[in-house]
Design a protein around this ligand. Structure first.
Ligand code: PEP
Ligand code: MN
Length: 347
């Protein structure tokens, strides 16, 4: 941490800052310039609130030199983390595709969607059984019956399962059906949930909160990792801005920022990111070009009849075309989309 004193700060103010830093266990290196005295505070104190120093008399500014997160940082682990989940490798050269409806609605709906997305290169079947809806009057999901249908459909077509866990009381139930826990945007700072997931041995896909900074998002990942679970995939899904022509603003610059700051894989969800079907494919292309390790998209056999997020759900043909397009882009940057797995396991 670097403390810059105000021009003309008195000797007693400088000494008070040094004494404060020493009391917190920092070694202090003092250098006096022509106008400013600068104090270098040496020592690693995770969680230290720099405002404690910023409010002291005579202090002009305080800058952190190290990141407030540890396990999620490149400083901790320089090479990219590659998560092996079933046959998938997330964070390597593969661009993984997670696809499926917003919510599991029926056996037929999830089965035909699984068959379609598997035959076009998806590795994971998504689908919510517990839906965190903005309105309590909207469809809340099928619960355990939905989890059962999702697992069966995924197994039939050789897919992994990713589904959302909305609160701590559902963790064990969801664990018994899923391969990857999804933590939704609305739960990114549900620290109790993050800590419980941090003690599990399954991967967690952590969505960025609606108005979370990238640092807050990495701190949420740190909650999980600090409990011992290093298997995390970050998911950019759009943030809230003043723009109204799209549901959210998909922050694709998060991809190169995360790649620089963290070793964790990052995927992009252009469905929630834009909220509109005709914007999903262009943003999926852009996400892959930006270096995302995968994409998550909503696909529905009859979007007009979907119980949730129909307007942003792709038609089957659109999904097939999206995969063709992102495969070309992936190849252009030395990556690939895994080949399709078409046949049901009991065929
Ligand atoms: C979802 O993936 O269905 C979902 C609810 O996403 P988010 O948490 O990003 O809104
Ligand atoms: Mn949705």
């Amino acid at each position: 941490m670097v403390v810059i004193m105000e021009q003309g700060a008195s000797e007693s103010e400088i000494e008070a800052v040094i004494n404060n830093l020493n009391a917190f266990g920092f070694d202090v290196h003092r250098s006096s310039g022509v106008n400013h005295t600068v104090l270098g505070a040496i020592g690693v104190k995770p969680g230290f609130d720099i405002r404690i120093i910023r409010v002291l008399d005579g202090v002009a500014d305080v800058q952190r030199v190290t990141e407030p997160y540890k396990f999620a940082s490149r400083a901790w682990k320089n090479e990219p983390s590659i998560l092996e989940i079933g046959s998938a490798r997330v964070g390597g050269t593969e661009v993984v595709i997670m696809a499926g409806p917003c919510a599991v609605e029926s056996e037929e709906q999830i089965n035909i969607t699984a068959a379609h997305v598997a035959s076009h290169g998806a590795t994971f079947l998504r689908g919510g059984a517990f839906k965190p809806r903005t309105s309590p009057y909207s469809f809340q999901g099928m619960g355990e019956a939905g989890l059962r249908l999702l697992r069966a459909a995924a197994d039939r077509y050789g897919l992994g399962v990713i589904t959302e866990v909305t609160d701590v009381t559902k963790v064990d139930l969801v664990y018994s059906y899923t391969d990857v826990f999804q933590v939704g945007a609305r739960n990114m700072q549900n620290f109790g949930l993050l800590k419980v997931l941090g003690r599990k041995d399954k991967a967690v896909l952590l969505k960025r909160g609606l108005s979370a900074t990238i640092e807050e998002w990495l701190m949420a990942a740190e909650y999980i990792m600090s409990q011992g679970n290093p298997h995390i995939i970050l998911c950019e899904r759009g943030i809230r801005t003043f723009e109204t022509y799209t549901r959210n603003t998909l922050d694709l610059s998060a991809v190169p920022v995360i790649k620089r700051k963290s070793h964790l894989p990052i995927i992009v969800d252009p469905s929630h990111g834009t909220g509109l079907r005709n914007k999903v494919t262009p943003m999926a292309r852009a996400a892959v070009a930006a270096g995302a390790d995968g994409i998550m998209v909503e696909v529905h056999p009859d979007p007009a009849a979907a119980k949730s997020d129909g307007p942003q759900s792709l038609y089957f043909e659109q999904f097939a075309e999206l995969v063709r397009q992102i495969r070309d882009i992936a190849r252009a940057i030395g990556r690939d989309v895994p080949v399709a797995q078409a046949t049901p396991s009991d065929a």
